[in-house]
Every structure is written in structure tokens, then in C-alpha cells.
Design a protein. Structure first.
Length: 534
């Protein structure tokens, strides 16, 4: 249907819209009962408010809608932080947290969710909305109001000298004229966002000190010492004032003067990074579902693929399996790279037709209720690895085993990478592909990425970056990528191998969450041949 026709139909529907019937009001927004509970999201909001000063007002904006082309938008995906704190998947939603409470409509509340207003004519086109009443009942927020009231309620709070304003990174590339654009415009008209950014992760605690300004943190950092050089020039005055202040009262007054009229960024980022690093049992149930779906997609490919399949046919089978088993989306564009494409780390074209003798790197992840898996397997399209492919696969497998063994609570986040790197260096030296086990530069040619990242609401999820703690989920994914080159024996050309699994850090050692899909070389070949896998 043409754009003008859609616009006229919608206008006509709006003019003729009847009152919302009771049965439509009661119709479900969700058809499944395994979403994270309202209590989970409420506890996360309480945890955030627990570290904010009592006079804080913290704002969390939704993700923008993204235009694909002309009048067609991409399928909407909520901001992971807002999803984590509320469970709402609707655009134009804003969460306000106020630990000390604010007055709205004659009642005192610590949290407000601004939601799109319900409109029966629009819901015919775009689906049912939560609405204010249902948002309070089912999402469990203290107060929900229509998003159209954002400026009326929020602007006075932002301009009040008695409040400290906190925010995450301001959304960018917002379509003009949208509700989110209006909300952000109102926010920016009232405050000057101050993005406190440290030049190194070691300075994170200093950022938190500057953001909270508590006497306890002030005194602790005074004793420990502070490095103002960790901050860029824009915020150096703030850091210098902290160092120069002889006592907390002097610092608090100077801080207020420097930050007057500004909102404060980054502190919330560190708080949410810490919270999201450790997964609750509820989160693990949803994440495990995403992992199991992804594992089944890998198994489907192993049992069905044959030489002559195009990469997009493999992708189609993967994403069909995702949908068939209930995943809402792929967590990231599916990577299906065969032969010369197996050595491209984030290859996404997926158009080549496979040939006998190819290896295929399949890096995929289903997203279920916001949480995404990330599992990679490298398979021989004709069911058996060549001697060279087998040699590289077994080396990568040994490196992954070492990485998993190093995934221990208390170890540095870099421990899996360093363990895998040592194995790969020794093995590549033995194969004659690098000068020796200490040839770091040579290895980097064939292994150019990190071994681990956090996993959760995003495929490359946020995390504390500190020593690993129980409840953290990471990937372990070493790889080797040998492209055709004049100085490489042709028998190694176009062999790319990556093996990636999802690992839960526990007090008792690493737990392999993605055990549902074979990774040992003989098991992969057995499944592809239709034989039982031990």
C-alpha cells in the first residue's frame, strides 16, 4: 500500500475511532508467561536507586525507532537498559527514578513510567499498547502516565535546583517529530548533559565519586589518592576541585557550583554494568532458553547441510529454527562463511554457494525475551574434515578447552584469552605457520580477536571488566583464520575455524551452557553422518 493511502486510512480511522471496548482493553499484550517477572524489574530499579543520592532524578530513554527505507521501519528493539529495568518493549517509553520521591497528581512516588497513550485506531495498525493502568498492574511500576505528559512533569524537576539529574548516553539518530525526539528535546532544553568519561577503566570509581559526591566516598578516595589525569580537559576542573578540597563540605559546595544546571552521565552506566554483569536465576532461565534454541539450530544444520547449499540456505534453516522454537529475533546478523569467507570474522553477506571440501563457520545466536545466545561451530560441508582442516580444528578445540578451564571465579577477565593464546601459539609454531611459540606478532596474523566477551541482553554485553564473579556469563571463542597468501602453503588456504561456547562462571568452576551441540571433531562428523553422538 502506498504511503499516502496508509496516511489517509489512518486519518479516517482516527476521526471515526470508537471508545476502546472492554474486551480490547483486556486483550493480552503478551501471549507467553515466561517473561522476567515484575518483581525482577522492580528489584533492579531499587538497586539503582540504592546507590543514587536522595535528591536524584534519573532518566532512562527508550531506543529510537530506525527507518529502513522510505516509510518502512526496522522491527523495533527496546534499549537493553530500559528493558532490564522495566520489561517494557514499547518505543517512546521513558523511566524516571527519584529515590527521595517526587509529587505527581497529589501522590508521592519514586518511579514514573511514561508510556505511549492507548489509541484504538492506532492499535489496529501497530498492535495493543500497555496503557497506564496495565503498565502499573503487569509491569509493576509505582506510577505510569501517558508519554504526552513528559514535558509537564519532567521539565520542572529538571529545572529545580534541589535535584541532581542523572542519565545514560542520550539516544542519537532520532527521527524528527517522533515522541522520543520531543522527549529528548525537552530534556536538553532544561539541562546541559555532562558526560563524565574517564580515560581508563581504572578511573571508574573516580567517576562514581564525582557523580555521587557522598562524604564516605570522598573521605575514602582522599586517603587512597586520586589521579585527575584520568579525566579529559572538559572535566579536569571537577577532578582538580576534588583533589584541592580540604574537606567534604568544601568539595560539596564547589561541586554544586561546577555542576549547576548540568545533568550527570556515566555514573549510571557503571552501576548498570555492575548489575548486569551478574545474572539472576530468572535471567539464566531465559538466557538458557536462547542458548538451547541456538544449539538446536546448529544441530539442524549439521544433519541437513550438503555441498551445493548456498550460505543463505544455511542461514534460512538457522533462522527458521529460531522462529519455530519461539525466538523473537536473531541476536545479531547470522554469520555463515564458507571457504574464503570462513576467514572473515564478521562476514554477513551469506551469498556464496558451498563446494565439496569447504569448511563453514556458523556464528549464530537466537534472542529470546531480550537475551541472546552466541554459539559458533565450524563444520565440513561434506561431513568430513580434511587432514589440514582437522589439524587446525583440533588446535582451536585445545585452545578453547584451555580457555574454559581458565574461566574461574576470581580470575582476571583476560585469563581465558591468555590461556587460549598460549595453546594456539605453540600449535601454530609446531605446524610451521609462525616462527615460534613466542611469535606474538605472527600469531596475531591468524588470531586477531579476543577470546571472551560478556553475554546477556546484548551479544557483546556490558560487564564490570573486573575479576570474574559467580553468575557472570561469558563466551570462550578462540579461532584461527588462514587466508590465501604467497608465503603460506596452499594446503592451508581458506581454512577458518572458530569454536564458541557460552560459559557460566560459578563458585564450583565453569559450566558449559551450550553443551547441546557437539563441538568435539568426531562428534561433529558423527552427527553429520547420521550416527549417534556419544
Amino acid at each position: 500500500m502506498r504511503r499516502t493511502a496508509v496516511a489517509w486510512c489512518l486519518l479516517a480511522a482516527l476521526l471515526a475511532a470508537p471508545a476502546l471496548p472492554a474486551q480490547q482493553h483486556d486483550a493480552p499484550v503478551r501471549y507467553e508467561d515466561d517473561y522476567l517477572s515484575a518483581d525482577f524489574h522492580r528489584n533492579r530499579r531499587e538497586a539503582v536507586m540504592g546507590v543514587l543520592p536522595s535528591n536524584a532524578v534519573a532518566l532512562f530513554f527508550s531506543a529510537p525507532t530506525r527507518n529502513r527505507q522510505n516509510d518502512v521501519s526496522y522491527e523495533y528493539r527496546q534499549s537493553s537498559d530500559l528493558l532490564y529495568l522495566t520489561g517494557s518493549e514499547e518505543p517512546a517509553t521513558v523511566l524516571l527514578l527519584a529515590p527521595g520521591g517526587v509529587e505527581v497528581d497529589g501522590r508521592r512516588t519514586r518511579e514514573i513510567l511514561f508510556v505511549p497513550p492507548r489509541n484504538p485506531a492506532e492499535e489496529v495498525w501497530t498492535g495493543r499498547r500497555w496503557g497506564t493502568q496495565r503498565a502499573m498492574e503487569e509491569l509493576g511500576v509505582q506510577l505510569a502516565v501517558e508519554a504526552t505528559r513528559f514535558d509537564q512533569i519532567v521539565a520542572p524537576l529538571l529545572r529545580s535546583p534541589g535535584h541532581q539529574i542523572f542519565h545514560l548516553e542520550i539516544p542519537s539518530a532520532i527521527a524528527p517529530g517522533t515522541p522520543l525526539a520531543q522527549q529528548v528535546s525537552s530534556f536538553l532544553a532544561s539541562v546541559q548533559p555532562l558526560e563524565l568519561r574517564a580515560n581508563s577503566r581504572d578511573a571508574a570509581v573516580l567517576v562514581q565519586a564525582l557523580a555521587t559526591g557522598s562524604a564516605e566516598v570522598f573521605n575514602g578516595l582522599k586517603q587512597a589518592g586520586m589521579r585527575p589525569s584520568a579525566f579529559d580537559g572538559q572535566h579536569r576542573a571537577l577532578a582538580d576541585a576534588f583533589v584541592a578540597a580540604p574537606d567534604y563540605r568544601t568539595w560539596a559546595a564547589r561541586r554544586t557550583e561546577l555542576l549547576r544546571g548540568r545533568s550527570e552521565g556515566n555514573m549510571l552506566r557503571f552501576v548498570l554494568d555492575e548489575l548486569r554483569t551478574v545474572k539472576s536465576e530468572e535471567e539464566m532461565r531465559v538466557l538458557q532458553k536462547a542458548i538451547d534454541i541456538t544449539a538446536e539450530a546448529h544441530r539442524e544444520v549439521m544433519t541437513q547441510v550438503r555441498p551445493g547449499w548456498a550460505e543463505y540456505e544455511i542461514e534460512a534453516l538457522v533462522e527458521y529454527t529460531f522462529k519455530r522454537l519461539g525466538a523473537e529475533y536473531p541476536g545479531f546478523p547470522s554469520i555463515v562463511g564458507s571457504a574464503e569467507n570462513s576467514v572473515i570474522l564478521h562476514y554477513e553477506t551469506n551469498r556464496r554457494t558451498t563446494q565439496p571440501g569447504d569448511v563453514v563457520v556458523i556464528d549464530i545466536g537466537a534472542e529470546y525475551h531480550g537475551y541472546t545466545a552466541d554459539i559458533t561451530r565450524t563444520i565440513p560441508v561434506n561431513g568430513r574434515y580434511s587432514p589440514e582442516q582437522r589439524a587446525i580444528y583440533e588446535l582451536v578445540y585445545a585452545a578453547q578447552e584451555a580457555g574454559i578451564e581458565a574461566s574461574l571465579a576470581g580470575n582476571a577477565f583476560s585469563a581465558p584469552h591468555l590461556a587460549a593464546q598460549r595453546v594456539l601459539a605453540r600449535g601454530m609454531a609446531e605446524l610451521g605457520l609462525i616462527q615460534g611459540p613466542n611469535d606474538t606478532a605472527g600469531l596475531r596474523r591468524f588470531f586477531m580477536h579476543g577470546t571472551s566477551h560478556y553475554l546477556g541482553l546484548d551479544v557483546h554485553d556490558v560487564g564490570s571488566g573486573g575479576p570474574m564473579v559467580p553468575g557472570t556469563v561469558i563466551t570462550v571463542e578462540p579461532g584461527l583464520y588462514i587466508a590465501a597468501a604467497a608465503d603460506i602453503d596452499p594446503r592451508w588456504w581458506n581454512i577458518g575455524v572458530r569454536i564458541e561456547d557460552d560459559i557460566l562462571i560459578t563458585e564450583d568452576g565453569p559450566v558449559l551452557l551450550s553443551h547441546g551441540v557437539p563441538r568435539q571433531i568426531d562428534e561433529v562428523e558423527a552427527l553429520m553422518a547420521g550416527r549417534p553422538v556419544s
